[in-house]
Design a protein around this ligand. Structure first.
Ligand code: EPU
Length: 419
């Protein structure tokens, strides 16, 4: 298993380019299940989760191959006959649940392993299931699988009691194949949902309201294959913004979707950092000392839960007290124990963490626990005294495209070694 080794104390300076968004590509790959011919997706990042999703599509009977350009992917799902997503693939990546909606839409039936809980929380899929039931599907759970039968999928008005990103995406995907109109209320507003809606529209689907909390889908329009580019990854961009700010760096983050990162930019400016839009992206210049800020995670456009661990790493070296409240997932503080091992002063009470900034962190051997937690440990290592070793970095590889080479290009003393 690989490790990342960081010698802390370097200011990050230079330019970095953001890759395509993991959480936008996966639903686009799932959308390929709705058409017979080749779809092309470009700006696909090099991530383990994409590899897992490719395996899942291949398992279903799809042809998946590299496209003509670097970072492009071609998918043809013509030969999919058995709409079954097995436990072995779903257990390694919860987002595999995204095949449920399109499989039910196209084949009128599906058998998909339930993803189960994961490190950051229970993460149920009851809202995906309730929505499909509202559309007329019959659903049973047996031996850890959800079985769906929907000989006639009908449009319905579906109010989701919690805003759910993949839930909204799954129901949108299924609704394109339903008879009549589906109205999703309290739909997720995330840019990745908007990206999927636009791509589905390009495929021929009739969809309105993406980016608002009411999305309307008129089912039954014939769909055609498309060639689409993935939007930049706002969470990768945000991670580099924090890295620049906390190392007192000066970094131009190219392709940074700054307009989607208002909640983060506001907080970074409040710490004393400068965040400005430039033609090709965003420039972040860090200041010292780092002012402390309170953060509460919320659905978009609130502060992203996927940036909570990274901002916490920054607050460990702030000049004051910071209260960080996680409202989206119930168990997303696993980085706390590892940050404490570096000398961070953090106490946790339920969904609140109180971080008292310390003058310095000290490098330590650390264990990554989930994707964004891993990123926070790398950030902490960048400012810590001495050597930080982060192991179990397969978590990091699930969602960050060559993070160590991108950081190295900004001057960081970071390398990947075989353990
Ligand atoms: N929820 C339910 N029932 C459901 C679905 C969700 O109670 O049927 C709850 C969840 O337990 C959670 C809240 O609703 O408390 C929001 O969860 P959501 O469904 O929006 O999360 P998700 O779709 O499973 C996506 C991203 C996550 C990101 C969250 C929140 C993808 C593939 N994953 O997950 O990304 O944290 O939205 O923004 O889009 C990551 O990239 O590191 C990551 C975890």
């Amino acid at each position: 298993m690989d490790k990342i080794i960081i010698e802390g104390g370097v200011r990050l300076v230079g330019e970095v380019t953001v890759s395509g968004a993991k959480n936008a590509v996966l639903p686009l790959m799932a959308a390929s299940l709705l058409v017979d011919d080749w779809n092309t997706i470009t700006n696909v990042p090099g991530l383990q989760d994409i590899e897992t999703f490719k395996k899942l599509l291949a398992h279903l009977g799809s042809d998946v191959e590299a496209g003509p350009d670097a970072g492009s992917l071609r998918i043809r799902t013509r030969d999919v006959t058995e709409p079954v997503a097995p436990y072995e693939l779903v257990k390694t990546m919860r987002a595999a649940i995204l095949v449920l909606g399109p499989l039910v839409g196209r084949f009128k039936r599906a058998r998909v392993s339930l993803p189960g809980g994961c490190a950051i929380g229970a993460r149920p899929i009851n809202l995906h299931i309730d929505g499909l039931r509202r559309m007329g599907a019959e659903i049973s759970i047996d031996r850890g699988y959800v079985n769906v039968s929907a000989p006639r999928l009908r449009g319905a008005k579906i109010l989701m009691e919690t805003s759910t990103v993949t839930g909204t995406e799954n129901l949108m995907l299924a609704a394109t194949q339903a008879e009549g109109v589906t109205v999703l209320e309290n739909a997720a507003l995330e840019p990745e949902v908007v990206c999927l809606a636009r791509v589905l529209r390009e495929m021929g689907a009739v969809i309105r309201g993406e980016g608002t909390d009411t999305i309307t889908i008129e089912g039954g329009a014939p769909l055609r294959p498309v060639s689409v580019a993935v939007i930049p990854d706002r969470i990768e961009a945000g991670t580099f913004m924090v890295a620049a700010a906390m190392t007192r760096g000066n970094v131009l983050i190219k392709e940074c979707p700054l307009a989607q990162l208002d909640a983060l930019a506001i907080k970074l400016r409040a710490t004393g950092a400068s965040v400005t839009a430039e033609d090709s992206g965003a420039r972040v210049i860090g200041d010292w000392p780092i002012g402390s800020v309170d953060v509460k995670t919320l659905a978009y456009p609130g502060f992203p839960t996927d940036m909570q661990a990274q901002i916490m790493a920054m607050m460990t070296v702030s000049n004051g007290l910071s209260v960080i409240t996680e409202t989206v997932f119930e168990n997303r503080f696993m980085h706390v124990g590892e940050l404490r091992r570096m000398g961070a002063d953090i106490s946790v009470d339920g969904r609140c963490a109180v971080v008292r900034g310390v003058r310095r962190l000290s490098g330590a051997p650390l264990m990554a626990t989930d994707l964004r937690a891993s990123a926070s440990l790398v950030l902490a290592g960048l400012v810590a005294d001495g050597t930080t070793e982060v192991s179990r970095i397969y978590h990091l590889d699930r969602g960050y495209d060559h993070i160590e080479s991108k950081l190295r290009a900004l001057g960081a003393d970071i390398k990947r070694v075989k353990a």
